[in-house]
Design a protein around this ligand. Structure first.
Ligand SMILES: Cc1ncc(COP(=O)(O)O)c(C=O)c1O
Length: 510
């Protein structure tokens, strides 16, 4: 289209009936003409003065439209040379590096596919950064999140939904704008107070409300902590075995993961041994994940002393210690720390329900303000609404009573599972870590491929997780299955275990 024709073309299309501002119509028409190629690249647009005159509209309207189109990249405005249509052709776009890489060019190229189409090659188009690739390589998230014997999942059907609904409905009658907006850095002060009071009595955590930073769960808590306290390339100790989610988080932060073995007393490092001094040490002292042992008092004190001496941070993941069967919950490691080296990570996922996505950090007083600010800067927090409901829920005593009730239910389910194991296998297969939490570990002989067994079990309708996958070196790891009993009703445990037992027996024989 010639520029002389442009005014006529626009004139015919502009509606003057007031149904849509002329400014918006002009912008849409020009944008469309550029994108469709009706106005080819490098076409010089009429000056704002001329176009305004010919269309009979204010010159400022045209100037505003040209400016907006320039911001969008549809036109280029240069002092002295006016406004020209930008070149939107693909050849002008930066060439993705993958298209030039050996893999993009090589044997995989399909006959009849133009060289330019290499960019659309499925692999190249889905290429991630090295950090992204590392994250996915460590990922182990399950496709199932419910049912026998999914580990780590509480019985969400027992959540007191009516109580929660009543608390929430009351709030909707007079919604407070602050609760519907972004949350304040660190989260809603009322929930921080309620949780601090709960943690002081239930977990012997030494804290003031300001030290609590509300998050969307342990994943985000650990991500925030390491982003703020560790640099890429620094060493971070992980228990071996450990929760798979930690490996993914650390991989994405480019931390150098150092697997440290655990023994009956918990993390078993050697001072001056093969493990480089870390920036951070991630531990589950109240209930080692996934094996279930408790870190001894002597080991706790040694770990605190180590962190103090070397300036390392201890990240205490206290994900499910409310559920102990027979003995009282153990005080948190944080309560013993007098040097401000422990970052305590807590979660509502196991005590309430994981979909709530609410967790928290307790940081030393010196870090509190900086963490609150860092959290707001990174995540632009929300969920103040749920936080307010949860604060009501805790203040009215529902959290405490729900935990007590669920402890009773889980205790019964654990008994049912232990009984089913005994009936099928007597004591030929050892059970580990059954005195706390939401799962236990069924140990298997070394010749059993626990990954293949878990796959067979899933095909038969039972979800279990292979123990070897929680180890840094699965090939040399002990074999076993993690069985979650919390989300299975007691009457459903024997039939579900019978299905699993058939798969186990088939592999044991092999
Ligand atoms: C040891 C451990 N830490 C943390 C989490 C995740 O907690 P959240 O749901 O708060 O992210 C899990 C989940 O199973 C876990 O097993």
């Amino acid at each position: 289209m010639k520029t002389t024709a442009l005014s006529d073309w626009l004139q015919q299309r502009l509606r003057r009936d007031g149904s849509e501002p002329v400014y918006r119509q002009l912008q849409q028409l020009l944008r469309q003409a550029v994108i469709s190629g009706e106005l080819p690249a490098h076409t010089r647009l009429p000056s704002s003065r001329l176009l305004a005159q010919e269309l009979g509209i204010a010159r400022n309207t045209v100037i505003d439209v040209y400016e907006q189109l320039a911001v969008e990249g549809c036109v280029v405005s240069r002092q002295g040379s006016g406004t020209v249509v930008a070149d939107l052709s693909a050849e002008r776009l930066p060439t993705p590096t993958r298209a030039r890489s050996a893999r993009g060019r090589g044997a995989g190229a399909e006959p009849g596919v133009a060289a330019g189409a290499e960019v659309a090659d499925a692999h190249g188009a889905a290429q991630l950064s090295p950090r992204g690739e590392a994250l996915l390589a460590a990922a182990s998230v399950s496709t199932r999140q419910w049912g026998a014997f999914m580990p780590g999942v509480p019985d969400v059907t027992e959540f007191p939904a009516r109580t929660w609904m009543r608390l929430e409905n009351r709030r909707w009658r007079h919604p407070e704008p602050e609760l519907l907006s972004y949350a304040p850095g660190g989260g809603l002060p009322r929930l921080r107070e309620a949780l601090a009071a709960h943690l002081r009595t239930a977990r012997s955590v030494v804290c003031e409300p300001e030290q609590l930073i509300l998050t969307t769960g342990s994943h985000q808590s650990i991500d925030l902590t390491l982003r703020l306290l560790a640099s890429p390339g620094e060493h971070v100790w992980l228990e071996d075995p450990c929760y798979w989610g930690l490996r993914s988080s650390l991989a994405s932060l480019e931390a150098r993961i150092v697997p440290v073995p655990v023994d009956a007393e918990g993390l078993a490092w050697q001072d001056g041994g093969p493990h480089p001094v870390p920036r951070a040490i991630l531990v589950t002292p109240s209930h080692q994940y996934p094996l279930g042992m408790v870190m001894s008092l002597a080991r706790r004190q040694a770990l605190l002393a180590y962190a103090r001496t070397h300036g390392s941070w201890i990240i205490e993941d206290d994900y499910d210690s409310e559920f102990r069967y027979g003995t009282r919950p153990l005080p948190a490691l944080q309560g013993l720390d007098d040097a401000g080296r422990v970052i305590y990570v807590g979660s509502l996922s196991k005590v309430l329900f994981p979909g709530l996505r609410l967790g928290y950090l307790v940081v030393p007083p010196a870090l509190a303000e900086r963490f609150a600010l860092g959290s707001a800067a990174l995540y632009r927090e929300g969920q103040a609404w749920q936080q307010a409901t949860l604060a009501d829920f805790i203040e009215q005593g529902h959290l405490g009573s729900h935990i007590r009730r669920m402890r009773g239910l889980y205790h019964e389910r654990r008994q049912a599972l232990l009984e089913a194991i005994r009936q099928h296998f007597g004591d030929t297969l050892a059970v580990r870590g059954d005195d706390a939490g939401l799962h236990l570990v069924l140990a298997l002989p070394d010749h059993v491929d626990d990954v293949a067994l878990a796959r067979d079990a899933l095909a038969a309708g039972v979800a279990v997780r292979p123990l070897s996958r929680y180890h840094a070196d699965p090939a040399r790891a002990p074999r076993g299955l993690l069985l979650g009993y919390a989300c299975v009703r007691p009457e459903a445990i024997p039939p579900a275990f019978a299905v699993l037992a058939r798969q186990v027996a088939a592999r044991l024989g092999g």
